[in-house]
Design a protein around this ligand. Sequence first.
Ligand SMILES: [Cu+2]
Length: 494
Amino acid sequence: MNPMTRRHLLLGGLGAASAGLLGACSSPAPRSPSGHGGTPAIYPTPTLVPGPGRTTVEASLRPRPVTLDLGGVEASTWGYSDAGSTLVRGTAGDLFRVTVDNELSASTSVHWHGIRLHHAADGVPGVSQEPIEPGQRFVYEFVAPDPGTYFFHPHSGVQLDRALYAPLIIDDPAEPGRYDHEWVIVLDDWTDGVGRNPDDIFDELAAQDGPVSRGMGMGGHDMGGMHGGASPLGDAGDIDYPHYLINGRVPEAPLTFEGKPGDRARLRIINAGSDTIFRLALGGHTMTVTHSDGFAVQPRQTRALYLAMGERYDVTVTLSDGAFPLVARPEGKSGLALAVVRTGQGDTPTTQAQVSELDGDVLLGTTLRAAEGAGLPDGEVTDTFDVELNGQMDPYGWGVNGRKFGDHEPLEVAPGRRVRMRMTNMTMMAHPMHIHGHTWGLPGSGGLRKDTVLIAPMRTIEADLITDNPGEWMLHCHNIYHAEVGMMTTMRYL
Ligand SMILES: [Cu+2]
C-alpha cells in the first residue's frame, strides 16, 4: 500500500475534529511541527519548552543513497550520512531540533522510537504529518522527557530495513555514571545492496494477501526454511538475511571494543533489525541488566538476553582478562552477529566462537521488574481494550483484531484515563508490539516500563498507559514487514 492510499484510507476513518490535525500538516513547504508559521498547533505543546537549565540540541539528517563498507562487503543502500548512521544525543529535558533534508528518490519520515513526544513530531506519514517528499525539508522539534537508550528510523514503508536508523541517547542528569566505558551496540539484519532489496521482499510477501481473521492463524506455518530448531518464541522471522551486523559490521570483520581487566562497561544495546529477534551474550561474562526501553529495572544478572525488534536494553559488565566474543544469534535463523571485547592477550574470536551462554537461560524482558520508583504509578484501570494479534506466514498476512491497517478500528479513548491493553497473540510467531507517544507499565511485571513488548505465541500480556498526550498514536508490530502488511492500529484521543 503506498503512502497516499494509506493516507486516504486513514482520512476516511477520521472524524471532523482530527481532520483539522491533518490539515494543519498539509503544507508541503518546509515547516516546523510546532505550528510556527501561522498555523496554530491543535494540541497543547508544553513539551516544546525545555526543562530548567536545559538546552537545544540541533542535528541534521540527510537521508540519501550511500555505499557502506560492512567490513569487506560493500552495500549500496540508503543512510542518514555517508557513514550510514548518525547518533543523536542530549539530556532529558533538552529541546531537540532535527532538520531532515530528503535526498532520496522516495518520500520518507523520521520516528523517534520510544520518546514520549508531542504528536506533531511523531513522524508517521498520514497520521502526524505529510510524507517528506524528495527534495523537501522537515524540521522535527520535541522535548525528550525521559532519559534512556532510544533510536530513530523512518515510518515509511520498509525503509528501516535499509541503513536508515541511528541511536538516540538521552542522558540522565542524575546518572552516577559508575562505569569506565559506554558502548552503544546496534544489532541489525542485513540484505539491502547485497541480497534482495527490502521493497522487493515486501512486494512478494504482500502479494500473497493472506487473511487475518480473528482467532488462531489457520494457514500452515512452514518450518521448511527455518534453522536452529524450535524456539520458545515460536516460528522465526520470515526472512533469511545474508548478514547479521553489530554496528554495521559483518561477523568476518568485527569491531573491537577495548578496555582493561576489571573495568566496568555499560552497553546500550538496540535491536534495529526488521525481522529478527536476537539472543545476545558476551562470552565468559555475566551481564547485569539495568534498563529496558530506557527505564530503570531492578538489576538482574543474566548470561544471555533476548532483544526483539525495537527493544533496547542497558547492561553493565565487569570485564575479564582476554579477548571475548560479543555475539547476537538470530533466533531460528542461521548466522550470527559478532563484535570483540578485548582487554588483554588472546586469539581474536571468530564466527566459529562457541558461546555456551547462548544455550543456557535467556532472559526475556517481561520477566524484569521496574526499579523502585520507576514503574508506572498504580491506579485504577478505567478502560480495557482487547488487542488480538492475528495472521500467519502462509499465505502471508498479519493484522490486529482481525483487520489490516487501513481497515482498522482505532482504539477510541479519552484524556486522563488509565487504559489497559490486553494483547493476545493468536499466531504461531512472537510479535514485538510497539506503542507511540506513551510508555506502558506492565502490571504483570511490577509496573515495568516498556514501549516495545515481545508477546510469545498464544500468550496474553497486559500493558497499561495513562492518556496524557493527545493525538492519534500507532500501536503496531515492530516486525517491519508485519507492520507494513497490516499489523498496525491506532489509539486516539483529543
Ligand atoms: Cu509481528
